[in-house]
Design a protein around this ligand. Structure first.
Ligand code: FO1
Length: 350
């Protein structure tokens, strides 16, 4: 089975780790598989289309937070508490830059992480495409999935806010400054993806959508992570045209994001912070959107009828990714819902 996932950072990476555990359980571990139909699942391959809208030049280094979070999480190099950057990290280089009074000082540039950015920056400067560099970096980390950036071109999310230093003026901050330095507390007027007009899908992105048996939207930020991937020309159209069921997982549980500041992003786009509102924002394929199915947490079970009424098949299951097994169960629920959607289509056509 070909499974394609459109992923952002921490939430998306953790979901893919559970999905990988489901389809390629490590030897000896008890996976959540049970029924004989699972043989179809176990020889699956996973392609992750990663968001690059968060990417930033920092002290001359190209940093790709969401690609690295997926790569480190699946390669077991991630810092488990932070959810980003390397485990056993130190920040000596960052302290030296601060001692020189070099800005930005708000970005957590780790010493081990700098190794990745040096390899990536050198390779990019030598003319390699980001997708080629990402493949090369994954040779070391062996994530067990095919990680492809959404585009090899520049497409950087900026956030238009009221200038904290010039009342009455608006400025565009790089997403990372808004997210890290200001913790998304400056109300966002809108998001602008600089370069998106000229950005084309990286090699393999459209094929991964067209050739998928299932496409999953994990609980990543629907605006600045998955929304950014959808903004790359051709991607949303490919999702509408693919025969694969598109199943999403709500990043909102009981009206709040599980982590991160997705609510600040939703508010900026006038979207209510609820599981149903995020599903409606993606839209049902039958009404011009991209969603065939949507998973909400059990605590949001009352929204199932509304979502189904909009033409999106919906199930309420536990959505807290507190460990790999629970996340694998969520992934299982995604694949089961995709199977249900496929069968329902066959029934309709027969
Ligand atoms: N997030 C923070 O909250 N503070 C940081 O200092 C920080 C540094 C950082 C460095 C490398 C990297 O790959 C990610 C980093 N992140 C940091 C996370 C990052 O801002 C977010 O994970 C994504 O951009 C949003 O998903």
């Amino acid at each position: 089975m070909n499974i394609t996932v459109l992923a952002g950072g921490i939430g998306g990476a953790r979901f893919v780790r559970g999905l990988r555990h489901l389809v390629n359980p490590t030897n000896g571990s008890t996976s959540t598989q049970g029924s004989p139909t699972d043989s179809k699942i176990t020889d699956s391959n996973i392609t992750v289309i990663g968001n690059t809208g968060d990417d930033i030049w920092i002290h001359g280094l190209r940093v790709c937070p969401d690609l690295d979070t997926v790569m480190y999480t699946l390669g077991d190099g991630i810092d488990p508490e932070r959810g980003w950057g390397r485990r056993e990290e130190t920040f000596h280089a960052k302290a030296e830059l601060e001692a020189y009074g070099v800005e930005p000082t708000w970005f957590g540039l780790g010493d081990r992480d700098i190794g990745t950015h040096l390899v990536r920056t050198t390779s990019l400067n030598s003319g390699y495409r980001l997708s080629e560099v990402t493949r090369a970096l994954c040779e070391r980390w062996q994530p067990g999935v095919n990680l492809i950036p959404m585009t090899d071109d520049r497409a950087e999310t900026h956030v238009v806010v009221d200038d904290p230093d010039n009342p009455g003026q608006q400025i565009a901050l790089h997403f990372q400054e808004w997210w890290i330095r200001y913790r998304a507390t400056l109300p966002a007027h809108r998001f602008v993806i600089v370069g998106i007009e000229d950005a084309t899908p990286a090699p393999g992105v459209l094929d991964a959508i067209a050739e998928a048996d299932v496409i999953v939207l994990p609980p990543s930020n629907p605006i600045v992570s998955i929304g950014t991937i959808l903004a790359v020309q051709g991607v949303e159209q490919a999702l509408r045209e693919t025969s694969a069921p598109v199943v999403g997982v709500s990043p909102i549980i009981s009206g709040a994001p599980v982590r991160g500041m997705a609510d600040a992003c939703l508010q900026a786009n006038g979207i209510e912070t609820s599981a149903a509102a995020v599903a409606m924002n993606y839209g049902a394929r039958s009404s011009g959107g991209i969603l065939d199915g949507w998973l909400v947490d059990e605590s949001d079970v009352e929204s199932v009828a509304t979502i189904e009424g909009a033409g999106i098949a919906c199930r309420a299951v536990p959505l807290l990714m507190s460990d790999v097994e629970r996340t694998a169960s969520m992934a299982r629920a995604c694949l089961d819902l995709a199977q249900h959607i496929r069968r329902a289509r066959i029934d309709q056509t027969s």
